[in-house]
Design a protein around this ligand. Sequence first.
Ligand code: ZN
Length: 240
Amino acid sequence: MNQDLAALLLVQNDDEAIRAIEARRDALSPRLAALDKTRQRAVDDVARNDAALERELARIHALEARIAEHRERHEKNLAVLNQAHKLKEATAAMAQVETARKVLADDESELLALSRRIVELRVVATSSREYHNAMVSEQADTRAAIAAERAHIDAALAAARVKRESLVGAVSKSLFSKYDRVQSRRKANALFALHGDFSCGSCDTAIPRQRRTAMSSGQSIEVCEGCGVLLYLPIAPVAE
Ligand SMILES: [Zn+2]
């Protein structure tokens, strides 16, 4: 049992190392998520600003078509006015010319306002695209560093797992499966040395008197009634 226990303690050391490596790997995720969030926000900004510009460009094209139509009508009105012979005809044609002139004036001022707005939107769209590109190249170094760190961590993890496999081979199946159940549930150490007063090395709950004798021989591993870890009596030189 002592040899078995010593072998299991080595597995436990490796499991602790594996958990530490996994924690380092997990710590990369929020860093990547923050980078992704910043990038997504910039992508969304570019799309929104481009869409706003497109909308106003469509409006100005429609307005230009309308203005061409209004100009044509105005020309016709002028021609009618020029050919009017009677006063009544001339008055009616004059009124139409005046109305069309007013419509055209309104069109022109709308065109001017819209053109100004498009200039502004172009500036905004360009600057959001520039920000996006600068941010992407700025993130490239950080992303490369994280990827390198990730590769390094994965290699360390693979090595620790291979090592664990070889260490597990030296532990009896029954003891190992007991240990593995507890450690995978706790996601922490499962095997603890008893304190000198026969209390649990993890939670200090005392071991019932009737179970102490079996443990005193160093041949038995008991489950703590308080916290469920496996307890052993550290008598002989167990570790190393
Ligand atoms: Zn306990």
